[in-house]
Design a protein around this ligand. Structure first.
Ligand code: KG4
Ligand code: ZN
Length: 337
């Protein structure tokens, strides 16, 4: 079964073809970073309009890459939420109309379910059950994944998401959007420990996170005096150290509590090198292992949506019928069944 996946929840247009027999046939992403850069963040209306421009060329590209024709598509999956309402509607209406035209089933997919299952696209995939650490621009969650569709929320951020904290801290340090990768790069030339930042909720005894205090502590340091370039690099390094220390400690605690040894990391912050180093080291200490999606599948993409859709269809989730559909800008993952 060949499933076309469409992702348009935020500032990336992703299109991919996943074959349940042969794997990923084609995958293409257009990122709007350059367009939103001038505004310091995502402008929703511009995002929606750009998704409209990109979808058909991206579809043609993945069809060519996968040596497929439109009639080879057996089903379509698209991100129905959470995300920006207008941006979601572009992908949803495109996917639903194409499904009507091709007369194939169409399935709305939860964006985070896509991220969560993306490490299963790798050759060396974890077996169920596992713990998933979801770290994106909008979410920081620890979930117990028993199988496709069975997700138990163990803990999440009480305020800012990890990616949001990276982005806001980057802004405070005068870095551009998107802040996460820029901050990680600056941190490479700095050293942690010279500035002292808190490790929020490290000893809280539960699996909750909080990142807004960390960002405020950076603000205090920035306001205290004029920072040199070396200071900014050291502050970035200390921020990255603090954030990744807490993320890793809680992920390991979740595995211990659930007596599971496989940890899956998904979402944009999962691309962070320091986080990966720490998680690998900390999980090895408890005899566990960490599974990551390929780097290009960490951030938003259509492949994870095509894959999640295919798993849902194989499992018997009923597709949409009759051309009626809705998007869900807010959609808690544990509401999924
Ligand atoms: O999953 P994603 O692409 O989009 C959402 O669904 O949110 O995640 C984007 C987030 C942004 O906050 C971005 O700054 C962060 O992931 N990010 C990183 C890195 N690469 C992306 N944060 C830290 N280090 C990175 N290398
Ligand atoms: Zn995402």
């Amino acid at each position: 079964m060949i499933v076309l996946g469409i992702e348009s929840s935020c500032d990336e247009t992703g299109v991919a073809l996943y074959d349940t027999g042969r794997g990923l046939l084609g995958h293409a992403v257009h990122t709007q970073v350059a367009m939103h850069e001038a505004y310091g963040g995502v402008v929703p209306e511009l995002a929606s309009r750009d998704h409209i421009r990109r979808l058909i060329p991206l579809l043609e590209r993945v069809l060519a890459e996968g040596r497929c024709a439109r009639r080879d598509i057996d089903a379509i999956a698209y991100t129905a939420g959470p995300g920006l309402a207008g941006a979601l509607l572009v992908g949803a209406s495109f996917a639903e109309s194409l499904a009507l035209a091709l007369d194939v089933p169409v399935l709305p997919v939860h964006h985070l379910e896509g991220h969560l299952l993306s490490p299963l696209l790798a050759n060396d995939a974890p077996a169920f059950p596992f713990i998933a650490l979801l770290v994106s621009g909008g979410h920081t969650q620890l979930m117990r994944v028993a199988r496709v569709g069975d997700y138990e929320l163990l803990g999440e951020s009480l305020d800012d998401a990890a990616g949001e904290a990276f982005d806001k801290t980057a802004k405070l340090l005068g870095l551009g959007y998107p802040g996460g990768p820029a901050l990680a790069k600056l941190a490479e030339s700095g050293a942690p420990g010279r500035f002292k930042l808190p490790r929020p909720m490290l000893a809280s005894g539960d699996l909750s996170f909080s990142f807004s205090g960390l960002k405020t502590a950076v603000l205090t340091a920035v306001r205290a005096r004029e920072l040199s370039d070396a200071d900014r690099a050291d502050l970035a390094a200390e921020f990255q150290e603090a954030a990744t220390e807490v993320l890793s400690a809680k992920a390991v605690a979740a595995c211990r509590q659930s007596r599971l040894s496989s940890l899956v990391v998904a979402g944009g912050v999962g691309a962070n090198r320091r986080l990966r180093e720490r998680l690998d080291r900390d999980m090895a200490k408890i005899g566990g292992r960490v599974f990551y999606p390929a780097l290009d599948l960490c951030t938003d993409n259509g492949a994870m949506i095509a894959f999640a859709g295919s798993q849902r269809l194989l499992q018997g989730t009923a597709p949409n019928r009759g051309g009626a559909f809705a998007v869900h800008p807010r959609w808690p993952l544990d509401e999924l069944r």
